[in-house]
Each structure stands twice: as structure tokens, then as C-alpha cells.
Design a protein around this ligand. Sequence first.
Ligand SMILES: [Mn+2]
Length: 358
Amino acid sequence: MSSGAKKHTRIDSLLSISHEKDVDGLGAAAIVWRYARAKGLKFDVILTDYGSFEKVFKKVSMRKNTLVIITDLGMDESLLDLITEALRRAISQGCKVVWLDHHQWSMKSIQSILSLPNKPILRVNHDYCAAEIAFKTLMPRDSVSEEIAKIAHDTDFNVREIESANAISDALTVTRFNAISSKQDMTEALMKILTDLADGGPANVWDEQTQQFKDNLLNMQVKNYRKERLRKMKKALDTYCDQMIHGCLVRVIQLPQGVTTTDFGNFMANLDNLNSDGRSMKIADLLITVSQGGLLGFRRGSDKVLCNKAAHLFNGGGHPYAAGGEYGSYSEFQDVCNDIFLRLSNSTEWLSSCNDAE
Ligand SMILES: [Mn+2]
């Protein structure tokens, strides 16, 4: 070797950056943590959400000799230059970048990351959730990581078959709501669940035998949260608008405060809930939730409709089975219903059978 050969510094630490909002992001971070342990790397984690990338990548740009692993976060296109520059700087200080995700990536964003020095790894696959990609890429022979990936898949694809997945999802929601209302740092607030998950997988957080959380305080918090959530969702059934449009039953309903669209969507897709307390309602083909601030959630009760195409009529997007959009602030709920029905009547794009030509 010539003395002029590039000096390689050793990677001695790992910085995990993952999505704070769901079990997939949390699970991916737990798997990355297990990887750090297996490799003997000092571990740091930042759990974050879109809108905070500027702050997060500033921290990344100051790292030295660090393996930076980003999971369950897509590229924020409006910050593409800032993000690539932060990564470039980190790489020049001996860092290496691995980005594992399952969201939509533009060609431009993919190329920006892949053209960085020191062979960055970017793996984007829509068929799996991020925790599954982390498991397959980093810890394929680790059974605990496999269990974590399973519960992430169950919640991310809304399969809802694993009890511990539902429980941990609710625990995450409670903890996040508490952190937001007390203005606590999100990573700090979620550290206990993340640590327990990384130490021993879902079984270390939720006891299948007793159907309880191992942490008593968390157990009580989630129990109260579920009780309160059920009360609010039942109450929300007092006001809604139904209309048949292009042969589909469309329902608009107000999203109760402190309830996630996914939870409310699941509640509204269960006939038992719709046919209690003297009610008899059908499951809507298309359910649209309206939040207090005028955000819209789209869920479907049949595959006759495409939620992403419906959301597209309201400045939004997402998946065929779940999407989000925007209405804007309002005062009369009935006006919102009328507007939404009118816009859906004027389009057939959101019907799946009309979309075959695409
Ligand atoms: Mn995800």
C-alpha cells in the first residue's frame, strides 16, 4: 500500500433515525438497535416525523465515524438539497449511510442518495413494511427481530390479527398523546417501549398469557385510553351523513378528538358496532372522517372504491385502502358533507372498476 492511500477510519457508532408515529417505525428502530449490539457499536436513536427533518439532519451532519441508518421515513422532497448536503458532510467525516424504506421515492431523490460517496445503501420496497426490510437486511437470522417485524406488518398493513401488535400500537398512541400534551421530547417519551422491544421483542412488552402489559403504569394508561376511545367512537355515531354515489354507499363522519383515523376506521368497519344501542347501519363502501381542523381520512369497506383517488380530489393521497386529504376549516358539518358528496358525484376516478384502463 502506498502511504498516499486513503485512510479508512473505523465506524464505531450507529445513529438510528426512525419514524416516531407507528409500530413500524418503532419496530425498525428496535431491530437496528439489535444490529448495533450484534456489531458492538455505540447506539443513539432519534424518533421523528415529517416536518422535523431539518433539525434531525443537522445532527446527522455533525456525526463522525458513524453508521447512519434511516428507517420508515421517505424523502422530504422540499428538503432534498439540505438532506443530501448533511449526509455528504457526515460521510466526509467517516460516516456511512443506510436508508431502508417503503414509501414512494422519486427518481431524483433516489439518485441524490445513491450518488453520495462511500457506497450508500438505499433499499425501498413497497411489498414490505420498514421493520420487515430492516429484519431481512440487517438481522435475518435473529428470531426476536423476526417477531418485531411480524407485529409491524400486522399494524402497517392493517391485518389486525396479532393481539400484541394492537396492544403495542395503542401503547404507542397513548405515549405519543401524553408526550405531545406535556411537550416532552418524543424520543425520550418512547425510550422505555423501544428499549423493552429491542431487549426481548413484543413478548417483553406484552404478556400473551395474562393479556396485560408487563409495565403496570402502561397497562393502566392503555386500559383507560381504550375505554375512553370506545365511548368517544360510540358517541360519534350520533352525527353522520350517508349518500349513495355511483352505486356506492359513502359516509362522512366527524373524527372524535384523540382517536386515530385507523382506529375509528376499524371501528366503523365492524357491523357489531354499527348495530348496537338500537342502531342498524350498513358498513359504508367509502368512509370519510373529518377532523376538527378539517383534515380528511379515507377508509373503505369494499374494494369498489379507491381511497387514494378519492383523497386526490381533496389535495391528498395514499393507498387504495387508506388515504388522507384536506377540506379546510369549517363551521357546519352538514355543509362539509354536501361539498364532499358533490365533489365525489362529479368524478368517477375513485371507483375501482373505472380504473382498469390505467
Ligand atoms: Mn411504515
